[in-house]
Ligand binder design. Structure first.
Ligand code: PLP
Length: 285
């Protein structure tokens, strides 16, 4: 049997609604095996981030190397990378991993001869986390430059929200035309696909909102209904993990994005209120 696998590279959220804890729960719900390399510890509750303790960049990169060379996941997902040294180092490590994966084959030791062929190149899903939903910075100085120079050129699917796309491109986004402009700019940095999440756009508050999926050849709007009153924790991490899971299950990017967005919309409609703060979407009980 083919064993779908994703490794997430992200921060720890002890309240379990975001970060690696959320990523692993989402992967499990999709029937995908998850590994996790931790970039930083946070002190955090369901109400917000209280503190950040980054691990040394070299040590983070050694963790990533160890686990990629061992598990050989066809899909890797990044969340809070936090330090420019981690972002830049991962960009360089990714090139090495692509070559290694091409030599030895994905998770070939784990599949039967009758299984479908695995992707010939591994896929990198990057959620360019800048800050928490409550406004705490989760990216150190120099991080944007490191994204643009080292990680975007090797990214398969980038999943920014509007503030993240604005910060990466310098383009102010007010409407759907600006979304297209910013997404096209992100493609110019070398990203293969951009899933630009439109949920922050105030003009669309209370009405239909759309996410934009774009590549050099394709452009699709993923329409949905905003769920009233939703102030939730971990939506970005959960969406990127759902997308990574669908890619590991063999779906092409447009189908994987549509399925992940639809899954998140359902989860937003029935969050779990696990603590004193915001509801979480990463798990269904
Ligand atoms: N904590 C960690 C470790 C994260 O990676 C993120 C977002 O990516 C957050 C907290 C913030 O989550 P939210 O914006 O949903 O509060």
């Amino acid at each position: 049997m083919k064993l779908p696998k994703v490794v997430t590279i992200a921060g720890s959220d002890p309240s379990g609604g975001a970060g690696i804890q959320a990523d692993l729960k989402v992967l499990t719900q999709f029937g995908v095996y998850g590994g996790a390399a931790v970039t930083a510890l946070t002190r955090q509750t369901s109400a917000g981030v209280l503190g950040l303790f980054p691990l040394p960049a070299e040590w983070v990169l050694e963790q990533v190397r160890d686990v990629l060379w061992d598990l050989r996941p066809p899909v890797v997902k990044t969340g809070m990378l936090q330090q420019p040294g981690v972002i830049g180092g991962l960009g360089r490590l990714w090139g090495e991993y692509v070559r290694e994966y091409g030599k030895t084959g994905a998770h070939v030791p784990y599949i039967s001869p009758s299984a479908e062929p695995v992707p010939s190149a591994p896929v990198l899903v990057v959620d360019p986390v800048l800050s928490s939903g409550t406004g705490v910075s989760l990216l150190a100085g120099g991080g944007l430059e490191a994204f643009r120079e080292d990680l975007l050129p090797v990214t398969t699917v980038l999943t920014p929200n509007v503030p993240e796309a604005e910060a990466l491109t310098g383009i102010a986004i007010r409407d759907s035309d600006d979304m297209v402009g910013a997404a096209e700019r992100l493609l110019q940095f070398g990203v293969q696909w951009v899933l630009l999440k439109g949920g922050h756009l105030p003009e669309w508050e209370g009405v239909r909102i759309a996410d934009l999926l774009i590549s050099r050849e394709e452009r699709r709007w993923l329409w949905g209904q905003r769920v009233p009153g939703a102030d939730l924790h971990g939506t970005g991490c959960s969406l990127a993990s759902a997308l990574a899971a669908c890619l590991a299950l063999g779906l092409p990017v447009p189908e994987a994005a549509a399925r992940a967005v639809e899954w998140l919309r359902q989860r937003i409609g029935s969050p779990l209120f696990v603590g004193q703060g915001r509801g979480v979407v990463c798990q269904k009980l």
